[in-house]
Ligand binder design. Structure first.
Ligand SMILES: Cc1cc2nc3c(=O)[nH]c(=O)nc-3n(C[C@H](O)[C@H](O)[C@H](O)COP(=O)(O)OP(=O)(O)OC[C@H]3O[C@@H](n4cnc5c(N)ncnc54)[C@H](O)[C@@H]3O)c2cc1C
Length: 403
């Protein structure tokens, strides 16, 4: 929406969709829940009775406590009204110097889409606290390659820097100061430094919550078995580490919604934990990731790893239009199990290959298992069978772990 590629109507569901499915849609805020009387209080003065209740109240953008964060021209991007406010500001004020604070996928996708929408119109800078873009998706070798590509495309980046103050004139944003003393001119600032779960309602009614969200069991039941919770507002478990994790992305939200419905219909299907699988397109380059990066595994989790990086291609070498892509797989050294994967690609979106890696992690496959991984192939849409990257990465990691 912000870059003019979609309208509010094209990304929201029409009311008829709910009525056709027999769902009574009430457009009001849930302001309280009477757990004894099993009644939800609504902001329009109404009430909604329930036998079972699902909380799917999402998350809110974090606004850092720095001076100037409340100036006009400083935005967060979480929902349609946020996007509409940005579109309005872009049209009305015609800002030229855009500064993005945060180096995650929302920041970089919005920054690159806007930069591409007016190639000579915007001067775009992204500020990130870590050393390279997408630090929670990519290890240094991929992050640095991506950063070089983005710099070639004209994107300004201040990586390894902290924004400490947003400056303004007459209530309007005018600059962003960095911890190193540098100051960037800014006509518009977008802050994307993460989200916090909307736990207020759950807390008010005495449900168990933690810093990462509402606590649920494997069937998404809260500490009150008649109230379920799903999506961004829920604390999840990481499939590999078995530790609590936020997991505020679409895949877990959709699957938790489905599982909650299954639970209400009497099924007992467990939520398996998350791998935080993600895919991003920045200009013409794609990045995808699932599971742990090698940095997270080693530095945060203390897991000894073996990894392999394999160059592949979109088509057989002799076919015109062949483009390169690179796969990295990360394995535990002790069990040789696959725990993470990353892709950087000039060609096809990496989503399906990342999903394959994700399925292999969930299947607890090892280096040895991957050496026999067989893929469908065609000269026009896959690499040569002997260069199949998942099997080769398994082979390389197997050799390394035997040393
Ligand atoms: C800009 C942006 C881009 C994204 N892109 C991707 C992507 O490419 N891939 C990906 O995997 N994920 C992406 N995500 C994340 C993804 O959108 C979320 O993980 C997903 O929407 C979570 O779904 P949810 O239903 O839990 O929460 P939401 O989609 O946030 O829905 C929660 C809803 O509850 C409503 N609500 C809150 N409190 C109340 C209340 N008290 N009463 C009534 N209603 C209430 C909110 O208004 C909201 O409509 C993106 C997020 C953003 C912000």
């Amino acid at each position: 929406m912000v870059a003019g590629l979609a309208t509010a109507d094209s990304i929201t569901n029409p009311d008829e969709m709910f009525s056709k499915a027999g769902i009574n849609l009430v457009k009001a805020r849930a302001t309280g829940v009477d757990r004894q009387g099993k009644m939800v209080a609504l902001s329009d003065g109404g009430e909604a009775p329930y036998d079972k209740l699902l909380l799917a109240v999402g998350a809110s953008a974090i606004v850092p406590q720095i001076e100037g964060a409340d100036l006009r021209g400083v935005f967060t991007l979480r929902d349609v009204p946020d996007a509409e406010a940005m579109v309005h500001f872009l049209q009305e004020r015609q800002p030229k110097k855009l500064v993005f604070i945060g180096a995650g996928f929302i920041s970089f996708e919005t920054a690159t889409l806007l930069a591409a929408s007016k190639p000579d119109g915007y001067d775009v800078n992204v500020i990130g606290r870590r050393a390279h873009p997408l630090p929670f998706m990519l290890d240094t070798e991929f992050g640095t390659r991506l950063q070089e590509y983005l710099a070639q495309k004209g994107l300004g980046m201040k990586m390894g820097e902290d924004a400490v103050r947003i400056g303004g004139q007459d209530g309007l944003v005018s600059s962003v100061d960095l911890a190193n003393g540098e100051s960037l001119d800014a006509d518009m600032v977008v802050v994307s430094v993460g989200a916090r779960p909307n736990v207020e309602l759950a807390e008010e009614i005495g449900l168990e919550t933690g810093p990462l969200g509402i606590k649920v069991n494997q069937f998404l039941e809260t500490s009150d078995p008649d109230i379920l919770a799903a999506g961004d507002c829920v604390e999840k478990e990481h499939f590999v580490t078995k530790k609590p994790v936020a997991g505020r992305i679409r895949g877990p939200a959709v699957i938790q919604g489905r599982l909650a419905a299954k639970r209400l219909a009497g099924h007992s299907i467990s939520f398996p934990g998350v791998l935080n699988s993600m895919a991003v397109k920045l200009f013409d380059k794609y990045a995808g990731a699932t599971g742990l990066t090698e940095g997270q595994a080693q530095d945060v989790e203390g897991i000894e790893t073996v990894s392999a990086v394999v160059d592949s291609r979109s088509k057989h070498g002799m076919i015109e239009g062949m483009k390169p892509w690179t796969l990295k797989l990360v394995f535990r050294k002790d069990t040789e199990k696959l725990i993470g994967g990353q892709i950087l690609s000039d060609s096809h979106p990496p989503v399906k290959t990342i999903d394959t890696v994700s399925a292999l992690i969930l299947g607890e496959k090892t280096t040895g298992d991957l050496t026999t991984f067989m893929c469908a192939g065609h000269p026009d849409c896959s690499s040569e069978p002997s260069l199949e990257p998942i099997a080769i990465a398994g082979e390389q990691a197997l050799q390394k772990s035997k040393k």
